[in-house]
Design a protein. Structure first.
Length: 572
């Protein structure tokens, strides 16, 4: 069976608090074999996702990288990769990385969607929960891959090579499940101050040791992180509602207003812990040293949490980029020391955009926050009053407001679901009114019905040239998507108000959320950089070719990329 694994520094576990605060020195990179050498298939694939790592962020900071990201820049760099679809969120984006399929085929259309037919009171469904379990909710899910409709690379590898293992590690459960899939040999994610796994799965000693270190760190706290000299220009306060951002240094204060477990999660220390765990699994599971290739998936979530909490342009993101680069460098040094022949792929689940208050200061006057009046519940009540629909209907979600509604959404813009308890004639009238109201709103760029999206041919060709409805088509699943889809205008973020820990978001149909870097690195392979607009669905077929994995024709939406840059042909 093929392995998908997450790695950590075993040596750092003995002094976890120190390891999470200061990056260890990088080991010197081992010499590469001759440039014209024919390389055998690597024994370990390390697939890394940096959450909310936009192509814009990569371009802005790449000149400052000196650690792990600097090493990867010597590989095959596709700076203009695309998460081609419209649903640029964590779960859909991660579902493309190791399946080679768009969300329309993975079935993962969003982080959460609305299922008005579900018997439970809560109608929203989390992408990696098994909502049939009575104890499951979107806030405390029974974590499962039940909603993922296609296999991952690790699962395909396990089918071809039963000795192969599939391991995944992240701060987020949805990243672990989407990269690992249904058959994961080891899966761990961060939850309320400790790493955990699937229900009933025992935690191995290395996870228990890491959790002990985290507990001690959260109780003791940690000082502000060092500020690289080149971050000085980013040190400027910006007001977003009641929140001030732009000057934070990630002090870990056990007595702070925010719980210490959340302080750690929304900081570079989260990535350090995830990489430490991944490295310890590399050692304990002897990844890359078996008879079959292994796949280790590591999703680093701090970039996303920092982006949401502070934006993409402040001092906080500058420190995060520096720490990410250095921690990756230390992680790769551990891989080098293991003696394993490994290859690295690094990409992202989606991009991102800065908070509109700072964007307006920087000359983007159209930047703004989505109007709360665009929520499905608000629109639905107005349409029900207009059409005279008074029949009692269940609420979209349980809560103090139990009044019935005919339209549900998961925020403003995106998918809208119309109550199936209406008659077909009523549903048609509601759809017509909903489309008209959305199109008339000045913050809405385009509106499509499910029938219009379904009738659109599956998109092909360069993703930068796709129309808006083609982008929506790549995210459309008729069994889960809404009956109406609305795309907000460029630079309008789907967040009516800023609050602590959440000042901006992603998820739009625009390229600042779609464009991500895609990098492949392996010792002995000549580096190259190509501007062609490749897709994240090209990653899985490329890695499959690299390890000699055979999959059925049509298993991937993407194509194999020749990333060797030399005499060896990846896509042979």
């Amino acid at each position: 069976m093929a392995r998908s694994i997450a790695i950590s520094h075993k040596s750092c576990l003995a002094a976890l608090a120190l390891c999470l605060v200061a990056a260890p020195a990088m080991a010197k990179e081992a010499p590469a074999p001759a440039a014209d050498a024919q390389l055998p298939a690597p024994k370990l694939i390390v697939a890394i996702s940096v959450d909310q790592f936009s192509a814009d962020l990569f371009a802005e900071y790449r000149e400052h990288y000196t650690g792990g990201l600097a090493r990867l820049l010597k590989g095959a760099v596709f700076a203009a990769g695309f998460q081609s679809h419209a649903a640029t969120e964590t779960c859909p984006g991660h579902s493309t990385l190791m399946t080679g399929a768009h969300p329309a085929r993975t079935g993962i259309i969003a982080n959460t969607w609305v299922d008005l037919s579900t018997p439970r009171a809560e109608k929203k469904v989390y992408c990696v929960e098994d909502e049939s379990k009575p104890e499951s909710s979107t806030s405390k899910p029974y974590v499962s891959a039940v909603h993922l409709k296609v296999p991952t690379l690790g699962e395909w590898a396990k089918k071809q090579w039963p000795a192969s293992r599939n391991v995944a590690v992240s701060t987020k459960d949805r990243a672990v499940v989407m990269m690992g899939g249904h058959q994961i040999d080891a899966a761990f994610w961060y939850d309320r101050g400790a790493y955990t796994s699937f229900v009933g799965a025992p935690l191995p000693p290395e996870v228990l040791k890491l959790n002990d270190g985290l507990k001690a760190l959260l109780a003791k706290g940690a000082p502000a992180m060092a500020v690289p000299a080149w971050c000085a220009a980013s040190d400027r306060a910006v007001q977003a509602g009641s929140v001030t951002v732009g000057t934070g240094r990630f002090v870990l204060d056990p007595k702070g207003k925010v719980k210490p477990a959340d302080q750690l999660r929304i900081s570079p220390r989260a990535d350090a812990a995830t990489l430490d765990l991944a490295a310890s699994l590399l050692t304990s599971m002897k990844l890359g040293k078996g008879t079959a290739p292994d796949i280790l998936s590591v999703s680093l979530s701090a970039n996303d949490y920092v982006g949401h909490a502070y934006g993409t342009e402040g001092l906080e993101m500058c420190i995060q980029q520096h720490e990410l680069d250095q921690k990756l460098g230390a992680f790769f040094a551990k891989l080098d020391a293991s003696g394993v022949d490994y290859a690295v792929m690094l990409s992202a689940d989606h991009g991102g955009i800065d908070l509109p208050e700072r964007l307006r200061e920087q000359g983007v006057p159209e930047a703004g926050r989505g109007d709360a009046a665009l929520s499905g519940e608000t629109l639905g009540r107005a349409i029900a009053a207009e059409l005279g629909i008074t029949k009692p209907l269940p609420a979209c979600n349980p809560g103090p407001d139990v009044a019935g509604n005919i339209v549900c959404s998961d925020g403003v813009g995106g998918d809208y679901w119309i109550s199936p308890q209406l008659t077909p004639e009523e549903r048609a009238k509601v759809s017509e009114k909903l489309v008209a109201r959305l199109k008339a709103h000045p913050q809405v760029e385009a509106v499509f019905t499910a029938d219009e999206i379904a009738a659109t041919p599956y998109p092909h060709g360069h993703p930068q040239d796709w129309s808006l409805i083609q982008r929506a088509r790549a995210s459309f699943d008729p069994t889960r998507s809404g009956q109406v889809y609305a795309a907000l205008r460029r630079a309008i973020i789907a967040m009516p108000k800023a609050g602590p820990g959440y000042v901006t978001t992603h998820g739009s149909i625009w390229d600042y959320d779609r464009r991500v870097p895609m990098i492949f690195w392996r010792r002995g392979v000549k580096g190259m950089e190509q501007p062609q607009p490749v897709e994240t669905v090209d990653i899985a077929p490329t890695l499959a070719a690299m390890i000699g994995l055979k999959v059925p024709e049509g298993a991937f939406d993407g194509r194999c990329l020749d990333v060797d840059g030399g005499p060896a042909d990846t896509c042979r």
